[in-house]
Design a protein around this ligand. Structure first.
Ligand code: FHN
Length: 473
């Protein structure tokens, strides 16, 4: 009887919330914009040769995942030769649980993997094409299936990168947009009829298969320049394929980066590779950021970014309303390269004490200061908490926080990590704050300030007053 009553109360509450908009109004992108940090993985046949072919480094751009086209530069590797990699692809130490656990520990809220990259090879047992991990390799395990289970276990949202434009396996898939050697064009553009056959026979059915088999929360499609094949009609068709199965599954803007108005068609915006903008977008957005120069693991690429740089990009994006998707290229045996293991641990240490300043945070109406970035949160009582992310802090250094109005003297800034209260003094429309004498974090130290009002509302009001004054003049 009691259980029945509880069920009825829950049902009525849900109906009420639906009817009055609280559930309905929550955008489908809310989880994504709250998340702020995700893991991106480039893993495939190219992970074993890792940027080297017959003792030679990959040409141009140093992208290990481009080996098929950039090994034996500029000619690329013959299809038959490249595809032989499948016969020995056997990442024996691949452990989905370990990957997702380390993403979780590093503070990542979602996980994105190359289900199919440009080489056309699928990391799941696709019924659409035998060029996949179960049918074509000795490994014979459903990598995506294992990862999907681990994501569920650790509570991470799962997403798939799917190369819908470039596909070097299917005869109709788009080929690299270049190159003329001794007046011969290496990859003549595929005809629209051939591309259409790829689109109908492989791309759309595989995306459907991914949707039905693994129920991803988002897709990351990849174009980065004008393409005659990726027309508005095809973009609409692809979006429809996803949304017909789950309308809450998110789709990114690089599904058709060159199409005018693309941002209005999609759920979130993907920046260019490693692009960290100085201001936000109207929609939620993300930067995909490499750990090395290459996306896939490259054994000769030593340009590893340090964790300080990664954390700075994380806070810069958060302050502008965007996410950071940190890319990792696992090695051919299925393990993460040592520099990644180290950086994930460092990231984990930073978010463990400063996560509050990132997750679910919003930009503040204060413009970027010269010492770092600012995020904000609205507290339950409507007041604002500001988080000041101070880069490269020095002992006793003074920073100033410019406010849209004179600061109230009851404000008390504190270090988020240690709880130390900081000395500060008001000036006209600004607070001067003195940093601790012991540096809290050499990369990004965070100060929290609880305001006794809502800064967004106040800034809005002031803007309106200014506008009225301006009109009156
Ligand atoms: O060509 C790909 C590249 O290999 C990688 O996947 C990146 C990720 O953003 N996207 C393309 C280049 O922009």
């Amino acid at each position: 009887m009691i259980t029945k009553n509880i069920k009825t109360v829950i049902f009525i509450t849900l109906v009420y919330l639906q009817a009055f908009g609280q559930v309905q109004n929550e955008p489908i992108t809310k989880w994504f914009s709250d998340a702020k940090l995700g893991m991106f993985i480039h893993f495939g046949l190219y992970s074993e040769p890792a940027g080297e072919w017959n003792g030679q480094r990959t040409g141009r751009g140093d992208y290990a995942e481009w080996l098929h086209m950039q090994g034996n530069w500029p000619y690329g590797i013959e299809k038959k030769e490249y595809q032989k990699l499948a016969k020995t692809f056997n990442p024996k130490n691949f452990n989905a649980d370990a990957w997702i656990k380390s993403a979780k520990e590093a503070g990542m809220k979602y996980f994105l993997i190359t289900a199919k990259h440009h080489d056309g090879f699928a990391l799941w047992p696709s019924k659409v094409c035998k060029y996949n991990v179960v049918d074509a390799t000795p490994f014979k395990r459903d990598i995506l299936g294992e990862l999907a289970k681990a994501c569920e276990k650790y509570g991470l949202a799962l997403g798939f990168y799917y190369s819908h434009w470039q596909d070097w396996e299917h005869k109709g898939g788009a080929m690299p947009p270049h190159i003329t050697v001794k007046s011969e064009t290496l990859h003549p553009i595929v005809s629209d009829a051939d591309f259409e056959s790829y689109w109908q026979e492989k791309c759309l059915p595989q995306v459907k298969e991914l949707m039905l088999n693994y129920k991803p929360k988002f897709f990351w499609f990849d174009t980065w320049m004008r393409s005659p094949h990726i027309t508005e009609h095809r973009v609409d068709e692809l979006i429809k394929t996803v949304k017909e199965i789950d309308e809450t599954c998110l789709v990114n803007s690089r599904i058709g980066a060159h199409i005018p108005g693309i941002k209005d068609k999609v759920d979130y915006i993907s920046m260019g590779d490693n692009q960290v903008p100085n201001k936000g977008e109207k929609k939620v957005w993300e930067t995909s950021f490499t750990s090395q120069n290459s996306w896939g693991y490259h054994k000769l690429d030593f340009k590893w970014k340090d964790s300080g740089e990664i954390i700075k990009v994380l806070v810069q994006n958060a302050a502008h309303g965007g996410n950071l998707q940190l890319n990792i290229g696992p090695k051919g045996d299925g393990t993460f390269p040592k520099p990644n293991v180290k950086r994930l641990k460092e990231l984990s240490a930073w978010v463990a004490v400063n996560g509050e300043a990132i997750y679910g945070a919003e930009p503040s109406p204060v413009e970027d200061p010269d010492w770092g970035y600012i995020t904000s949160k609205t507290l339950k009582n409507g007041n604002t908490k500001l988080f000041l992310h101070v880069l490269n802090s020095k002992p006793g250094m003074e920073i100033d926080l410019k406010l849209p109005y004179a600061p109230s003297t009851s404000i008390s800034p504190k270090m988020l990590e240690t709880g130390e209260s900081l000395y500060w003094y008001p000036q006209h429309k600004k607070m001067n704050i003195v940093m601790p004498h012991f540096v809290v974090d050499k990369n990004v130290s965070v100060i929290e300030i609880v305001l006794n009002h809502n800064i967004h509302e106040r800034a809005e009001r002031l803007k309106k007053i200014e506008a009225v004054k301006f009109k009156a003049k």
